[in-house]
Design a protein around this ligand. Structure first.
Ligand code: NAD
Length: 513
């Protein structure tokens, strides 16, 4: 009905026998386990994918190890040139790939395109970065000695990604890793493998055109156990894992036990503070986009609204006029702002959270229904909810990956609001709406927001790729994307060179033999 088959064809997708890819070729064991992928929007079967086995995974790692030996020798700006071509291919395929993101994940078409744009943006960033993998030089304490540091490629980067940004998160990691001289193995969410297959088809065109070997960009489709194998694998020096805190805790423990590197991008519980000095017209747009955009399935989704008591009723009433009119529907339908949740489990999570928070004393003000009827075929559509709650409620402390917004009242100054904002286990994104400079600066200062992202007069979701992205506490502490996030993808080496005819020791130590 929405041209899904055409999109799959345009992207060259032959998912049926694609358990893994090493860049140029596809493979997979005969009689492999399969998984049927259904569209969240209407339950329609999109494709069946083969799941990789442990042997498949092992084969991919071996191929990647070989590729690393040549890829790391290519000058970084030449690797940047490959990434530039990938960016251009993504521009060419933006429309069908964005549409496929929307079809497979269920986010609205505009956000599907936005996700591909993010991939293009990180390609551009990585191209520039390929000429800027700088180390520092230092003055040696010894005469006729020189000291400097270099960044060298690390090896295989394992990328475990979540369903909600099925392709952008891969590109944030893979494009930086590529210019850094690393090779990647991508284990996408088992809920969204088709977009990963599509991306792999797109980059194959670049690999072929440049006569590059197998094994630079690899894909392994599988369940959590493939991710777990990667976490335990000493051949993978860096595992970048995006997903729930539950997953990150396991991956972090296993990678830590072998003293590998883990870059963890986990759950958020993001708040917007509204003081009486807020521009409420601006704030409303940010709140609604943040709370119901992507149907509440962003790690940066606004989950809590911390409102100064004097404006509480006004804010509540304004939201209560907007929420019932939200256009909910098929993600490809023009005008839709809220699409479906990813699957039945997510719908159950939404309903259960609302039941539990009401048991704790929360007051459901609007929404909360699971929608039924022909236009909501498939059963994954919900009416976004607003609940009056207190910050300490168990359910408010948890991340429910669905559109539930908790309203929390504060009084007695911005410090009290900041304490509430920080009073959760997660630390991803945060924001304050105020035109008062003292309040804004207090929020950004060392005793202010404890999150990796802190915004003023901008909502919690919708980060740009130029900054380092990630969060503190149970969000995992990782940073990826812009700024100097690239450093985690490389190993740092300090070099000291003696061009004298003496061998003075550091710290002036005398050791004559
Ligand atoms: P999930 O944790 O269920 O799955 C994420 C990925 O981890 C999948 O590929 C899955 O197969 C894999 N996985 C699961 N258990 C594993 C294990 N024990 N070992 C190795 N791999 C394992 O998460 P999800 O439902 O796909 O995504 C939603 C979650 O992701 C939310 O909590 C959201 O906040 C978070 N998220 C965080 C960010 C961020 O940048 N901080 C970005 C997007 C999503």
């Amino acid at each position: 009905k929405h041209g899904v088959r055409d999109v799959l064809r345009q992207l060259g997708i032959q998912a049926e026998n694609a358990a893994y890819s090493t860049g140029l070729h596809w493979g997979g064991a005969q009689n492999a386990k399969t998984r049927t992928i259904l569209a969240p929007a209407d339950g329609q079967r999109l494709a069946t994918v083969a799941m990789a086995t442990a042997e498949d995974y092992d084969q991919v790692v071996k191929t990647a190890q070989e590729a690393f030996k040549t890829w790391r020798l290519m000058p970084a700006p030449k690797r940047g040139e490959i990434v530039r071509q990938i960016g251009n291919k993504l521009r060419e395929y933006k429309e069908p790939l964005g549409k496929l993101v929307s079809v497979e994940m269920g986010k609205i078409l505009q956000e599907g395109y936005g996700e591909v744009q993010e991939m293009i943006d990180i390609c551009d960033f990585a191209v520039g970065l390929s000429r800027q993998l700088h180390g520092l030089t230092m003055h040696s304490e010894r005469p006729a000695h020189r000291m400097y540091e270099q960044y060298h490629p690390l090896g295989i980067v394992g990328i475990i990604s979540a369903f909600n940004f099925p392709v952008a998160v891969w590109s944030w990691n893979a494009m930086l890793a590529a210019v850094c001289g690393d090779v990647c193995i991508w284990k996408p969410s088992e809920k969204t493998p088709l977009t990963a297959v599509a991306v792999q088809h797109i980059i194959r065109e670049v690999l072929e055109a440049n006569e590059l070997p197998e094994g630079i960009f690899n894909l392994v489709i599988g369940e959590a156990e493939i991710g777990a194998a990667m976490a335990a694998d000493g051949r993978v020096p860096l595992v970048s894992a995006t997903g729930s805190t539950r997953m990150g805790r396991k991956v972090g423990e296993v990678v830590g036990a072998r003293l590998g590197r883990a870059l963890l991008e986990l759950g958020g519980n993001n708040a917007i503070i509204l003081t009486k000095n807020a521009d409420l017209d601006m704030a409303m747009r940010a709140i609604v986009f943040g709370a119901v955009g992507t149907a509440g399935q962003r790690c940066t989704t606004t989950r809590r609204l911390i409102i100064e008591d004097s404006i509480y009723e006004e804010v509540k009433n304004r939201l209560l006029t907007i929420y019932p009119k939200l256009p909910i529907g098929h993600p490809l339908q023009e005008g839709t702002l809220v699409g479906p949740l990813i699957d039945g489990d997510a719908v159950k999570g939404f309903s259960d959270a609302l039941t539990k928070v009401q048991e704790e004393g929360g007051k459901l003000l609007t929404g909360g229904q699971v929608l039924s009827g022909a236009e909501y075929h498939g059963g994954h559509y919900v009416q976004p909810a607003i609940v009056e709650a207190e910050n300490h409620y168990h359910m408010v402390q948890e991340e429910t990956f669905a559109p539930i917004l908790y309203l929390i009242k504060y009084s007695g100054g911005v410090d009290n609001a900041i304490e509430l904002q920080n009073g959760v286990k997660q630390g991803l994104s945060s924001s304050i709406f105020t035109l008062n400079m003292r309040e804004a600066e207090a929020f950004l200062a060392q005793a202010g927001s404890d999150c990796g992202i802190a915004n003023v007069n901008i909502g919690t979701s919708g980060a740009e790729i130029g900054g380092a992205f990630g969060g503190e506490k149970e969000t995992g502490g990782g940073r990826e994307s812009g700024s100097d996030a690239w450093k985690v993808y490389m190993r740092r080496q300090t070099n000291t060179i003696n061009y004298s005819d003496q061998l003075p020791l550091a710290q002036g130590i005398k050791f004559d033999v």
